[in-house]
Design a protein around this ligand. Structure first.
Ligand SMILES: *Cc1c(COP(=O)(O)O)cnc(C)c1O
Length: 393
């Protein structure tokens, strides 16, 4: 009997999430309302903000949105990125990181990765800076923190903004501090179905900049601003708002936030299970012709959104054939990512060639992502490891 197909990713939704969604449905308030607000407050508390006071400069402002893509767009919009500007990011990411720059009419400068961590290479960032550069967008690839001390230092020296794509990085630490608290201008998390916690679709923009948070709150809902009324009278009638800009429709529903409230409570436990799976893979695959993913720096935490293997040059099998063998053995896997420089849009718009990104290209040709998610059992993990071993023979 062949065992059931093991999917590449699956969310873990518990009875608490289901009960909270049912409660939301019965409450009569299904779109953005009290649960989205509670999710924002819980998120700030999770990241360590104990103040609960929006007026304090150290306060973490959390703005719930309907995707990380929306959050990244809002962050860059609030920072004033526009035509004529350049934003530097890694070629080794999902297209969402870069597309939001184009939404605003600015240009993307893609750079190569560090060959060990697969994170954006600070030296490549520094070399790509021009007089038009306005912002840097590091991605915490796979859930391993990018070199944020270096990125923040470059930004400070060149007067640049920093927006972190933390779609993989809940919870990740860098120098002992959680991603989201590292001192960039904004950090954006994703709650897409396969991320470390999920609301189906959703995201969170986190910033210490009160003005940025205010702009993002306005722009996530049609550019509508109720605070504008305050200059006329202290009491704003419930029906009154002013449109101050052509905003977007990026608000998170209370149905989605209901999931997020309970997923967030489990985020540390989920991370521990993912880290345990990564450790099992590390032990089971150590003797094979593979490059195993790098662990976190001493004392730091890796979110382990992805477990990315690379075939060694003497592996004796091509990556595509290797993935076919795993699928034949009933194991779902994937590739993260087809680098942006290989996609027609990015390649043609910026005349990109693989030789410009040797480390990303080298890694891409040899890489695949194994299943890593909390619902996998220990036997599931051993089954994947055995299938990897067999596929190398
Ligand atoms: C998933 C992902 C996004 C987009 O997240 P959404 O919530 O689906 O918009 C952005 N960047 C990276 C690196 C991602 O993996």
């Amino acid at each position: 009997m062949t065992p059931a197909f093991l999917p590449f990713a699956q969310p873990e939704i518990g009875e608490e999430e289901i009960a909270e969604v049912v409660d939301t449905l019965k409450s009569g308030w299904v779109t953005t309302g009290p649960k989205a607000r509670r999710f924002e407050q819980d998120f700030a508390a999770f990241l360590g903000d104990k103040s609960g006071d929006d007026s304090r400069s150290e306060t973490l402002h959390c703005v719930a949105v309907n995707s990380a893509t929306a959050g990244l767009h809002l962050a860059l919009e609030a920072l004033g990125i526009g035509p004529g500007d350049e934003v530097i990011t890694t070629t080794h990411t999902f297209t969402a990181t870069a597309e939001v720059v184009r939404y605003l009419g600015a240009d993307v400068k893609l750079v190569d990765i560090d060959p060990v961590t697969l994170n954006i290479d600070p030296a490549a960032v520094e070399a790509a800076i021009t007089p038009r550069t306005r912002a840097l967008m590091p991605v915490h690839y796979a859930g391993l923190a990018a070199d944020m001390p270096a990125m923040l230092d470059i930004a400070r020296r060149h007067g640049l903004k920093v927006v972190e794509d933390a779609a993989h990085a809940l919870p990740t630490t860098c120098g002992g501090a959680l991603v989201g608290t590292l001192g960039s201008d904004a950090t954006v998390f994703s709650f897409y179905a396969n991320k470390t916690i999920t609301t189906g679709e959703g995201g969170m923009l986190v910033t210490r900049d009160a003005a940025l948070a205010q702009r993002a709150r306005t722009m996530r809902l049609h550019g509508m601003n109720r605070d504008a009324f305050d200059r006329f009278t202290a009491k704003v009638p419930s029906w009154y708002y002013e449109v101050v800009a052509p905003g977007f429709k990026y608000n998170l529903t209370d149905i989605a936030a209901a999931l997020g409230i309970h997923q967030l409570k489990k985020a540390q436990a989920f991370q521990q299970r993912r880290a345990a799976i990564a450790a099992m893979y590390d032990a089971a695959l150590a003797d094979l012709p593979l490059v195993l993913p790098p662990g976190p720096a001493a004392g730091d935490q890796h979110a382990w959104h992805l477990y990315v293997l690379r075939l060694a040059d003497d592996a004796g099998v091509e990556r595509d054939r290797f993935i076919e063998r795993l699928f034949d053995a009933g194991i779902g896997c994937s590739v993260h990512y087809i680098p942006l420089h290989l996609h027609p849009y990015w390649r043609e718009r910026y005349a990109l060639q693989p030789a410009m990104f040797p480390h990303s290209q080298h890694a891409y040709e040899r890489m695949l992502s194994l299943p890593i998610y909390t619902r996998m059992s220990d036997p599931d993990v051993q089954r994947v490891a055995q299938a990897v071993r067999a596929a190398l023979r």
